[in-house]
Write a protein that binds this ligand. Structure first.
Ligand SMILES: Cc1ncc(C[n+]2csc(CCOP(=O)(O)OP(=O)(O)O)c2C)c(N)n1
Ligand code: SF4
Ligand SMILES: [Mg+2]
Length: 363
């Protein structure tokens, strides 16, 4: 009889009702961290920019996954900056894949381990198998291979680290670049004053709606325990899982280096990044309701990529945020409804809105 495939069951970290965090002046607990593993499969030695959101995500994900893990990474910043000749931060097996093949490569790893264990050629247990692909890869060039892997239900975790641009090739627009986000391919000017005219692709909802048997969730680097627990839930799920993680790109978005995690909170608190989990057993979405609801300007004004926005562009972004609040079952306070009126805004770069931060690109 073929040997049984034994799978890991990773325990969840205690969130103690504090995943949303709470005890600064907005009621957020900024410093809550339960006992975390000391191991760091993503160790020092990478060459990403200071404050790089994807690097923070990689570290937390691999801390949660642990040493019995194999990782794939399609082309992008997190391939290039992490695999300089003879130097890598990984203490677990890692492989680079072409940008379009993160899904198919990872399917192959999953199928290969299953087959080797059943044939008695690998002792097991079945390792944690995951791929971390950029938004250009996961939502654009490689979306077909990831969708195929989810559909076939390979037992692996497929993660999109979303820095909302093709960063590695010079901050070009990607399908997840937000409306009015300036990139090198969407400069603002007289003809197109908002820079990027299109709303971002709703990648995670596409994955959940299109593959209803898969575990799907969204998260951000602003909520490390949530990110690590969703990593573990995705790995514990027998079958395919997809995680969409918001990861600021310091170089492309132009903000103060120390603000990466704060951005990960504010994008949620301004209604621009709903955090949720899709449970395939119940076929239900569970939405996180943050304790704070902010105007979108609290988020936009921290970043140089939005520094060119005119009142009507800010109002358009607020409209989108307000519809997101409704979609996740939260009331929209009157002061946020009022901000749908362009007349309520000034040009974003007016100091009234800004934090004392780098205004760089577009300022
Ligand atoms: C088929 C193909 N097209 C284009 C490229 C060039 N390329 C290398 S990295 C990269 C950016 C990838 O963007 P993303 O997946 O979002 O990762 P990031 O660089 O933002 O981390 C591109 C376009 C490539 N390697 N392969
Ligand atoms: S360009 Fe952006 S994603 Fe790439 S290493 Fe720098 S901060 Fe990270
Ligand atoms: Mg990217």
């Amino acid at each position: 009889m073929a040997p049984e495939v034994i799978r890991h069951q990773l325990p969840l970290f205690d969130e103690d009702g504090r995943a949303g965090a709470t005890d600064d002046e907005h009621g957020r607990d900024l410093y809550y961290l339960p006992d975390l593993p000391e191991e760091d499969p993503y160790a020092a030695g990478h060459r990403t920019c200071a404050g790089c959101g994807p690097a923070i995500q990689y570290r937390w994900v691999l801390k949660a996954a642990g040493q019995d893990t194999v990782v794939a990474g399609p082309t992008g910043c997190m391939y290039v900056a992490n695999s300089t000749y003879l130097c890598t931060p990984y203490t677990v097996p890692w492989a680079h894949t072409p940008i379009a093949s993160g899904g198919s490569f990872t399917s192959g790893m999953a199928a290969g381990y299953e087959a080797m264990i059943r044939k008695g050629r690998y002792p097991g247990p079945y390792p944690n198998i995951l791929v971390m692909a950029g938004d250009g890869s996961a939502s654009d060039i490689g979306i077909g291979s990831i969708s195929g892997a989810l559909y076939r239900n390979h037992d692996a975790l497929f993660i999109c680290y979303d820095n909302e641009c093709y960063a590695n090739t010079g901050i070009q627009v990607s399908p997840t670049t937000p409306y009015a986000g300036m990139t090198t391919f969407t400069p603002f000017g007289k003809a197109i004053p908002e820079g990027n005219r299109l709303p971002p692709k709703n990648l995670a909802k596409m994955m959940a709606e299109g593959h209803p048997h898969c575990y799907v969730a969204t998260t951000t680097v602003g909520y490390p325990v949530d990110l690590m627990n969703k990593t573990r839930k995705g790995l514990n799920h027998v079958g395919a899982a997809f995680l969409h993680c918001y990861t600021p790109c310091q170089k492309g978005w132009v903000y103060q280096t120390s603000m990466t995690v704060e951005l990960g909170r504010r994008v949620v608190e301004s209604g621009l990044w709903p955090v949720w989990e899709y449970d395939p057993a119940q076929r239900q979405y569970h939405y996180f309701h943050p304790p704070v609801q902010r105007p979108v300007t609290d988020y936009l004004a921290m970043q140089g990529r939005f520094g060119h926005m005119l009142p009507e562009h800010v109002a358009t972004t607020q409209v989108g945020a307000n519809r997101n609040w409704e979609a996740i079952g939260m009331d929209v306070p009157q002061h946020l409804r009022d901000l749908e009126d362009p007349g309520r805004h000034q040009r974003l770069k007016d100091e009234e809105y800004s934090m004392p931060l780098n205004r760089g690109v577009g300022a």
